[in-house]
Design a protein around this ligand. Structure first.
Ligand SMILES: *Cc1c(COP(=O)(O)O)cnc(C)c1O
Length: 407
């Protein structure tokens, strides 16, 4: 098989032969599957055969999407879910237990912060927010009840880049699984497993969906963690597959946050053009960031692949020339940000990342808008900050729009 991302996607074959020889994987819009005999039905239900039984558990269209992701990510096992948050929640629910703690940072996507801070606390799971940029601080927070360490690969919207090799060296030494959210950096430029991640979560709503067509999430198990020390998983019985057994055999079924076959179809198509779309959006994004930096109205520009950015070296080591198509910049205050946003004509005022259209958002008043003043303080997002997600428009057109809105 080719090593090229797009070729690999296109040449991934269906798991089973389809009688009509379709060139595209059909949308298997069915809830259940019929069996010829009770014996065959029993075999499928107890996992002795690979037939689908019920779409909440597995579905041919969704399975093909998972298969493609497996090919290009190198993961041992892939599970597609109804959203990125469902992927994150399923991983936490598979690994956490009453009395466990999760070590992470408060610089996280808003809902991820919220599930950790509010939802899990009700179930007796402690969350330890620390500075993941300081490995000794992480080490101090890990103890025998740490069930996982969690980080985003580039924090959103803080745009910090954790040194994954140092962090994973620590988690491997401590025998704690490292869970990484890689939503904002695609596999075409970065493989989390090469940097020691054990479980990877992705919001496929973003780069993968192919222009914001649908909401989806993924859990990737890299098969590189020894689960024998886990207080929650049955490593004796399942060995390397212990996390899969817990996730696919229990938590994923019980929470029911499966990906629909219609969404899988959209995202299968999205994957085919992801590399092309990313390359275009990422190069436009870096060009814009460089250009914006020179404008007198702009206070600061944050792009992890911009020379001079404090994460430039680690970002280049982990992601190569350009890691993401997202950047942020700062105007004088919230009023200036709002006035600028309101004058934009081409750039859309919308949340989400990596649509084909360029999007802008003022994170503090929206994503963190309902947080208390103390929580806002904890999140550390200034009111001067705007987040820009670069789309596929011609760079010169984006520059004219930005200039007319600034002046
Ligand atoms: C969007 C996003 C999520 C949540 O994904 P949904 O598909 O919206 O549920 C999680 N993490 C990051 C970094 C994101 O950008």
């Amino acid at each position: 098989m080719s090593e090229n991302f797009t070729t690999k996607i296109l040449e991934t074959s269906f798991a089973k032969h389809d009688l009509n020889n379709p060139l595209s994987m059909p949308i298997y819009s069915t809830a259940a599957y019929e069996f010829a005999t009770a014996e065959e039905m029993e075999a499928a239900f107890i996992g002795k055969s690979a037939f689908h039984t019920y779409t909440r558990i597995s579905n041919p269209t969704v399975e093909y999407f998972e298969q493609r992701i497996k090919q290009v990510s190198g993961a041992m096992a892939v599970t597609a879910l109804s959203s990125g948050m469902a992927a994150i929640a399923n991983v936490f629910m598979s690994l956490a237990y009453q009395g466990a703690n999760i070590v992470t940072t408060s610089h996280l996507f808003g809902n991820t912060f919220s599930i950790l801070q509010f939802t899990l606390a009700n179930f007796g799971v402690e969350v330890r927010f620390c500075d993941l940029l300081d490995i000794s601080d992480v080490e101090k927070n890990i103890d025998e009840n740490t069930c996982l360490v969690f980080t985003e690969v580039i924090t959103n919207p803080h745009l910090e880049v954790v040194d994954l090799k140092s962090l994973s060296a620590l988690t491997a030494k401590k025998l704690v699984p490292l869970v990484v959210d890689t939503t904002v950096v695609p596999w075409t430029v970065f493989k989390a497993r090469d940097f020691g991640a054990n479980i990877e979560v992705v919001s496929s709503t973003k780069y993968i969906s192919g222009g914001a067509t649908s909401i989806g999430g993924l859990v990737l198990d890299h098969g590189n963690f020894d689960w024998r020390r886990s207080k929650r998983l049955d490593a004796k019985k399942f060995g390397q597959m212990a996390f899969q057994a817990k996730l696919r055999g229990e938590v994923f079924r019980n929470f029911g946050a499966c990906m629909s076959p219609e969404t899988a179809y959209h995202q299968i198509l999205g994957l085919e053009t992801m590399e092309l779309r990313f390359d275009r959006a990422a190069s436009t994004g870096l060009e814009l960031a460089q250009w914006i930096e020179a404008l007198p109205e702009i206070n600061k520009v944050h792009h992890t692949s911009l020379p001079g950015n404090s994460f430039y070296t680690i970002s280049a080591a982990q992601f190569g020339k350009i890691g993401t198509a997202m950047f942020t910049f700062e105007l004088s205050d919230q009023a200036a940000c709002f006035a600028f946003m309101n004058k934009l004509k081409l750039v859309r005022r919308a949340t989400n990342l990596f649509d084909n259209k360029s999007l802008i958002i003022h994170p503090l008043s929206t994503i963190y808008g309902t947080f208390s003043p103390e929580m806002k303080e904890k999140m550390g997002v200034p009111d001067t900050l705007l987040r820009f997600s670069t789309g596929l428009e011609e760079p010169e057109d984006l520059k004219s729009d930005i200039l007319q809105a600034l002046r």
